[in-house]
Ligand binder design. Structure first.
Ligand code: SF4
Ligand code: ZN
Length: 644
């Protein structure tokens, strides 16, 4: 408190005002922190959520860097009219902006029909002004997690939030002294504040501005932070935005459904010759959703032609169907290939949404995102059950199995290049992923095929080829060009990277990894933890504590971030004995990867049902009981050399 008081000097000086603002922020942090003393959730029963845990911040990494979430809005106060708040928040939502709300504006927005939730990108924090700190700490922890900023480095921190966190603040209603000083804190962090009151000559251009016309609030706020939104005007009767990706449509709200368990379904993208594709041809073959039924078959059959199109890109495009359909307000899509479920809400139906609009969405998005490889595209939506079955049997199934064969045969040895991915550098400036066929990017979202397609779509983009020439150590996976490319991509921050060792020059981590593995010295094994797991691990550390060992482009021998899919890879820590090192995983993760991991173990170690030998939280949460479990099961790690 002494430090805080010393920062509040009441001098008529902008620097002093900003310091007072930072003091207010720390004061808010103390007040909010105290609410948690005692262990109970002070926000239980409140419409706000309060503290935002680290795993959520990590999960925001990729959508922020890809521009899926183009910015972060902090909306605070209580407006003179609820409609004003709703208008602004809905505008942000339609643009994919992540909005955090504080104060009476939450109820005002709810009243006016704004749908809220993390998945919907509108997050109510709390009603006291001090709860604004829960979004401020998101920015601060982003700097610690992704930016490798050290605690205590105030200058580094302020530089990071100003340059790399695209946030801004909108206040509604009358300003009181606490709101004003919290606003000064925001400005100190580099976040401009836009108030809806006339404040005359108190405005500071670029930092504190008044916009009294709410029609202009969003536009002006985005401009201040230089956030550019690619507006997609699609010829469909419902909204289309990434913010609707997480929307859930319950049975009671559902008009029609396409579901594999009930009817034939499949999705297929296939490449054709120029003459076989008529550009922008959209055909609905069978009944439309207004024919009276509630359940339909659906074969989504997309044919593309492009001079630079490759067979390998079919699945890359196809996998995007899931997101694009979800972006339609009132449409929910889960699954892929021949196993999916699509629901259309009553509301979307009443607005006029029909099958041809699904076709328009696919056409527009393919031509927008894949224009570098697709010159022409035609779409057939087959709802006739017999014809859909024909597409499934004669086109889709053979294509899926050919693709699976290709994927299975694709190993690090069978290709002539790997790829870098530096997408996360906007947050983690000294991080670079090396993506290989057997190891996808640590976010889980970038496979080798994705990286290859990214290079084709954007020649100077985030994924660049790495030559495999001149390998100097096949076991640990040292390649001169890996070192050269990573060194260059990280502006010299990283000298050497091994592809297959976690003890020697392991790959760097940005922070958005799906899982982290770390050594468990007692058994000489590795525990693997996914970011959703909240409990303790036998290392004596939680996911968050393990995760803080690495990140921000740092290499920490013994700890490494990676994707879920990598766990069953033959290349997982292969220099140290591979999957035979895995001794513990949270149960949910183990169940998720067990089919593939068991298959790999059978092939590499000759062990059946390997996952039965791996501990989880229902078996052991401490190192000693884990070791006795491993001993009882005869886990192969016990025969390996010590890790250290
Ligand atoms: Fe970020 Fe790596 Fe994923 Fe690329 S592959 S988006 S750098 S985590
Ligand atoms: Zn990342």
């Amino acid at each position: 408190m002494g430090v805080l008081k010393s920062l509040i000097t009441n001098q008529d000086d902008i620097g002093a005002a900003l310091n007072a603002g930072l003091a207010t922020a720390v004061g808010a942090e103390i007040i909010e922190g105290l609410k948690y003393v005692g262990g109970e959730d002070p926000y239980a029963g409140d419409s706000g959520i309060g503290f935002v845990p680290d795993p959520i911040i990590r999960s925001l990494g990729v959508p922020l860097v890809t521009g899926d979430i183009p910015g972060v809005a902090v909306v605070l106060g209580k407006a003179d009219s609820a409609a004003d708040v709703a208008k602004v928040v809905k505008d942000y939502q339609s643009k994919g902006i992540m909005t955090f709300m504080i104060g009476g504006c939450i109820e005002q927005a709810l009243e006016a029909g704004v749908k809220m939730g993390l998945e919907l990108r509108v997050v109510p924090l709390g009603h006291d002004v001090t709860s604004v700190i829960h979004v401020v700490t998101v920015a601060i922890r982003a700097a610690l997690i992704f930016g490798n900023i050290q605690a205590g480095d105030l200058a580094g921190l302020l530089k990071y939030t100003k340059e790399r966190v695209p946030a801004f603040v909108n206040t509604f209603g009358a300003l009181d002294p606490v709101v004003v000083s919290a606003g000064a804190g925001a400005i100190a962090l580099g976040f401009p504040v836009i108030v809806d009151q006339d404040i005359g000559d108190l405005q500071v251009p670029g930092a504190l501005e008044a916009v009294t016309n709410h029609d202009e609030t969003a536009k002006h706020s985005l401009a201040l932070r230089n956030i550019k939104i690619k507006v997609k005007e699609l010829p469909i009767p419902v909204a289309f935005a990434a913010a609707f990706e997480g929307e859930i449509i319950r049975k009671a709200d559902m008009k029609v459904e396409f579901w594999s368990s009930k009817n034939t379904t499949c999705e297929l993208v296939t490449m054709r010759d120029a003459a076989q594709v008529e550009d922008h041809r959209i055909v609905v073959d069978g009944p439309d959703i207004d024919s009276g039924d509630t359940e339909y078959a659906l074969a989504t059959y997309i044919e593309v032609y492009g001079a630079k199109m490759q067979k390998d890109f079919e699945s890359v495009i196809e996998r995007k169907i899931h997101a694009w359909f979800n972006y339609m307000e009132g449409v929910m899509h889960t699954g892929q290939r021949n196993q999916f479920r699509i629901r259309v809400s009553n509301d979307a139906y009443d607005k006029g949404l029909r099958m041809k609009h699904f076709g328009e969405v696919l056409y527009s998005m393919i031509m927008d995102e894949f224009d570098a490889v697709v010159d022409k595209c035609q779409i057939t939506l087959v709802t006739d059950p017999e014809k859909a079955k024909k597409v499934l049997d004669e086109e889709a199934m053979p294509a899926y199995s050919a693709r699976d064969d290709r994927l299975n045969s694709m190993t690090d040895e069978s290709v002539d290049r790997f790829y870098t991915c530096i997408l996360c550098q906007s947050f983690a400036p000294s991080h670079c992923c090396v993506v290989t066929p057997e190891r996808l990017g640590l976010c889980g979202a970038v496979s080798w095929l994705d990286a290859k397609a990214t290079k084709e779509l954007n020649d100077a983009g985030p994924c660049q080829p790495i030559s495999k020439e001149g390998c100097t150590d096949e076991v640990k996976g040292y390649y001169p060009d890996v070192d050269r490319m990573v060194h260059a991509a990280t502006q010299g921050a990283v000298e050497h990277v091994s592809l297959y060792s976690i003890m020697e020059d392991p790959m760097t981590s940005c922070g958005c990894f799906e899982c982290i593995c770390g050594i468990e010295p007692f058994s000489n094994g590795l525990v693997v933890v996914n970011r959703e797991y909240k409990g303790m691990t036998p290392t004596g550390m939680t996911f968050g504590e393990l995760a803080s060992m690495t990140g921000g482009g740092v290499q920490t021998p013994g700890f490494m971030g990676h994707g879920r899919h990598f766990i069953a890879s033959k290349k997982f820590a292969s220099a140290e004995g591979g999957i035979a090192r895995i001794v513990w995983m949270p149960k949910e993760l183990k169940d998720d990867v067990s089919a593939r991991l068991n298959a790999t173990a059978k092939e590499l170690l000759g062990i059946d049902n390997f996952c039965d030998m791996i501990g989880d939280e229902t078996i052991a949460e401490d190192a000693e009981s884990l070791l006795s479990f491993l001993t009882e099961k005869g886990h192969p790690v016990l025969g390996l050399e010590p890790l250290m």
